[in-house]
Design a protein around this ligand. Sequence first.
Ligand SMILES: [Zn+2]
Length: 230
Amino acid sequence: MWLNQLPTLVNLSLWDATSNRNVRCVCGAVGTDAHIFSGACPRIRGLKTALHNAVGHIIRQTLVKRNMVSWSFVSESDTHAPEWLAGVDWKEKIPFVSEEEPDGRVRRVQHYKPDLIVADCLSPQRSVVYLVDFTFVRDDLIREAECHKIVIYQSMCEVIIQALGPGDHVVEVVPVAVGRSGVPPPEWANVCQKLKMLGSPMSIWDKVMTCLMQQNMHMFKCWQKHNGLA
Ligand SMILES: [Zn+2]
């Protein structure tokens, strides 16, 4: 568990208990490893998004690789569901919900933008659609984070099923919750198979993990700089 062994403000004070060190980050919060890597620290918040996008890019590459395409439709990152899939004015059918931000503010949001949407429209009566969303969480919260993703995108699944019309359609949320220190989701091999990822689950995970480690290190170094520690 190398992340919680880094010289955070809290660790530095634990390691030298006589020094009476300040354990508060420049932003005012307690400087734990969780404060840094959860993206809660406003000074480095953008880096959490960068990590998310970098991993998203790796996963998308396993679905569309040179001239091999696993699905008849793979969304671009950061785009919405197309109307031919979700129907006209579909966004209006997704309810607003209240959610608490890491800093305690409550925000009203509509969950209609998963990280990736893949679809195979095999026939008018049979479409397979997966809403893929990834997140980085404390290693012991992987399962909980997966359940959360399934719940928040449920309304979007229902809107798509309705738009597809009668038939034997599969519309599901595929959550990819990654432990902060690189722990893979328990069902990683199944996720790879379900999404028809090109490459072995091991080799894909290797890439995800390398990216995660690099981004984590970058986050930590930037955070150190903001706190005058490097
Ligand atoms: Zn901070």
